[in-house]
Design a protein around this ligand. Structure first.
Ligand code: AMP
Length: 498
């Protein structure tokens, strides 16, 4: 789950783009990068890319002071093995095309093989989006019979039809999986599109303030709030593409729409709390999750003395639960000096230590109390185990763990870095599976909000949500995925050895 952003305007945009990347830092810190283009000079500036967070990468260089379109990327890797080489945006000279991606190309290995056989594309990275970039380039070439002289006919007659081929899994050079993309097309403008199921978020907004006009795309609207002045937020729909040219004319088309399969984990856990996804405020959705927990587990109300979240995603849910049950709230707070790095963004061996690094436990709120602990999810269970054990160390009598997300039982093939079944604590959501997980975590009770209630709270349904990790039901063809898993395993081992 990476963060992408793209801005086009009537003034230079790089400074704003870098600030937007900082606002999306919670989506990935393995690498960060930007590429920009000047419509006057008709050329790209050299990309700025590096390992680490956007604040590290853009410490001294904020990019060109002249370019009026730029795209940026914060990386959270779900493919590849070299953070420096695999940093995005990536770009090719012919046709001048730069691209930044959030999601995961599920048919990466087979698509790469097909493109390599053409002999015209050299792969420089192990990053899955490189296949989509080359597939789109190839499909644009196949559409060359159309005389697209001006931007308007280029977009309607060449670009959008080429995108349709890239999205259609029946076609030779098509990408399956999840992709929310921003791209610069030399000589033409800024493009954004979502895969046919719209698995990952991507929003569009406009700013018109004091003579400065900008159009922007971002993984989350938190970037628009941070940059200020943006309005008319609009989530792209599944399979939709929006293009903005250098005259700031907007073209949009529902290129290849299929049944929506939005990722609920984005709303429950991943997104920044002030974002709006699919028009819904993340804070409100998480608050509703807390209310749903209160009613689903009302039989435990009298066994809990105090409610506390494992900061930060479940805070609104814990506030709601405490309010519904009329219990004191709080006892664990984030360490103020702590960096924006979240536990999952660290290597496994550092995660354990990070609990004390990142959280302050208030002994007087915990000692001799029965704690209602609220977290979003259990993936490997390491964090929950650590927090529960810390609460017992501080004198808790019982710890009842409430999760706003149902058991995470299936690998993700759409952009969350959980590619291997053996790394998940739960393999099923039966009573025995949950009891086994409870024993591992060490809590008194372990209570997952059922899928139905979770989906209702986040304004999704079993039809509109991706059910990969909660029910092992995937929205796209998974037949070639085992090859990708094997590759991921190899890359992980390599990364650990290094
Ligand atoms: P765990 O210790 O693996 O159970 O997870 C601790 C926290 O990190 C939970 O809030 C999980 O939702 C989150 N988490 C775990 N693994 C990942 C991952 N690969 N990507 C994103 N979030 C994760």
């Amino acid at each position: 789950m990476c963060g992408v952003i793209g801005i086009i305007g009537n003034e230079p945009v790089c400074k704003d783009l870098v600030r937007g990347l900082h606002a999306l830092q919670h989506r990935g810190i393995q690498s960060s990068g930007m590429i920009s283009y000047s419509s006057v000079e008709q050329q790209f500036s050299p990309p700025i890319r590096g390992t680490g967070s956007s604040t590290e990468v853009f410490r001294s260089d904020q990019g060109s002071s002249r370019d009026n379109v730029a795209i940026g990327h914060n990386r959270y890797a779900t493919s590849g093995d070299d953070a420096s080489r695999d940093a995005q945006p990536i770009y090719i000279q012919r046709p001048g095309l730069a691209i930044a991606h959030n999601g995961q190309i599920a048919n990466y290995t087979s698509l790469r093989r097909k493109l390599e056989m053409l002999g015209s594309y050299s792969f420089f990275t192990n990053c899955d989006v490189e296949t989509l970039l080359f597939a789109l380039a190839q499909n644009l070439i196949l559409k060359k019979s159309h005389q697209a002289t001006d931007t308007s006919s280029f977009v309607r007659e060449k670009l959008f039809p080429a995108l349709k081929i890239t999205m259609d899994s029946q076609e030779e050079y098509s990408a399956t999986g999840s992709y929310s993309i921003v791209a610069i097309i030399a000589n033409h403008g800024l493009l954004a599109f979502k895969d046919p199921h719209g698995v990952r978020p991507l929003s569009f907004a406009r700013k018109d303030q004091g003579g400065i006009v900008q159009y922007a795309f971002a993984s989350e609207t938190t970037a628009f709030h941070f940059l200020k002045g943006f309005q008319d937020f609009q989530e792209l729909s599944p399979g939709e593409a929006i293009f903005v040219d250098f005259n700031l004319q907007v073209y949009s088309d529902k290129i290849y729409p299929q049944q929506e399969k939005f990722c609920p984990f984005e709303i429950v856990y991943f997104a920044q709390v002030d974002s709006e996804l699919r028009g819904q405020k993340v804070y409100d959705a998480r608050y509703k999750l807390g209310r749903s927990i209160a009613s689903a587990f009302s039989h435990l109300k009298d066994r809990v003395d105090a409610v506390m979240p494992v900061p930060k995603s479940p805070i609104p849910a814990a506030i709601a639960l405490a309010k519904e049950w009329r219990k004191p709230y709080g006892g664990i707070v984030p360490r103020p000096s702590h960096s924006p790095i979240r536990a999952f963004q660290q290597e496994a061996r550092r995660r354990k230590q990070s609990i004390d690094d990142k959280l302050i436990f208030i002994r007087s709120h915990i000692n001799r109390k029965k704690i209602g602990l609220v977290d979003d999810s259990v993936v490997r269970g390491e964090t929950s185990k650590e927090v529960v054990s810390k609460l017992y160390d501080l004198g808790a009598e019982e710890v009842h763990l409430f999760l706003t997300f149902p058991p995470y039982i299936g690998i993700c093939a759409g952009g969350i870095d959980t590619p291997l079944q053996e790394e998940l604590l739960l393999n099923g959501n039966g009573k025995e599976d949950i009891e086994q997980a409870r024993k591992f975590i060490g809590s008194t009770t372990l209570n997952f909000l059922p899928s139905k209630q979770m989906l209702r709270a986040v304004n999704l349904t079993p039809e509109t949500a991706c059910l990969g990790c909660t029910q092992k039901k995937y929205p796209f063809d998974m037949s070639g995925y085992s090859e990708f898993q094997a590759l991921r395993k190899k890359h992980r081992v390599k990364a650990c050895d290094g």
